[in-house]
Design a protein around this ligand. Structure first.
Ligand SMILES: C[S@@+](CC[C@H](N)C(=O)[O-])C[C@H]1O[C@@H](n2cnc3c(N)ncnc32)[C@H](O)[C@@H]1O
Length: 141
């Protein structure tokens, strides 16, 4: 098994690195320091990467989740899983806007759009799981 981990900030990866090293799995991780969109586009340039991933977990900038989805559908195998984090956005997706903190409003709208989009996307079967801040599990059909 191999893991490709993408983050524009290497410090974030390094927070978990001691645990990864303790588990003896550092050699299985290919860390790419980059914006996720350009890293995914670069992966797609190599045909060998297409439909080669079993699983993807997305927990980055909410504004780009739909763009990640389009790319990940090309990288993940049929039957593979894509998980999006924060899809309840602190519960605000189900609140009237007047009760939402100013700081949460922008991403709330991006997440509401994503949730509607995924619910209507017939390329995936989804399960919205109220775990933590909400995750959406998508199985590619
Ligand atoms: C909430 S943290 C991820 C935490 C991690 N999933 C965990 O559970 O420990 C979000 C991360 O997304 C990264 N990030 C934000 N926008 C990004 C982008 N456009 N491309 C790549 N990484 C990005 C940030 O640097 C940050 O490390």
């Amino acid at each position: 098994m191999q893991i490709t981990a993408i983050d524009m900030n290497r410090d974030t990866y390094e927070i978990g690195l001691p645990i990864i090293q303790k588990a003896g799995v550092e050699h299985k991780i290919n860390f790419i320091q980059s914006s996720a969109l350009s890293a995914l586009d670069e992966l797609l340039e190599d045909d060998a990467n297409r439909e080669s991933f079993d699983f993807a977990f997305v927990d980055a900038d909410k504004v780009n989740y739909q763009k990640y989805h389009e790319r990940l559908l090309q990288l993940v195998k049929v039957g593979g899983i894509i998980v999006y984090d924060n899809t309840l956005w602190f519960g605000t997706v189900a609140m009237p806007e007047e009760f939402v903190k100013e700081s949460q409003k922008r991403n709330r709208l991006h997440i509401i759009e994503l949730n509607k989009f995924l619910a209507n996307d017939d390329r995936v079967q989804i399960s919205q799981v109220p775990l933590g801040d909400g995750i959406t599990i998508c199985r590619q059909l």
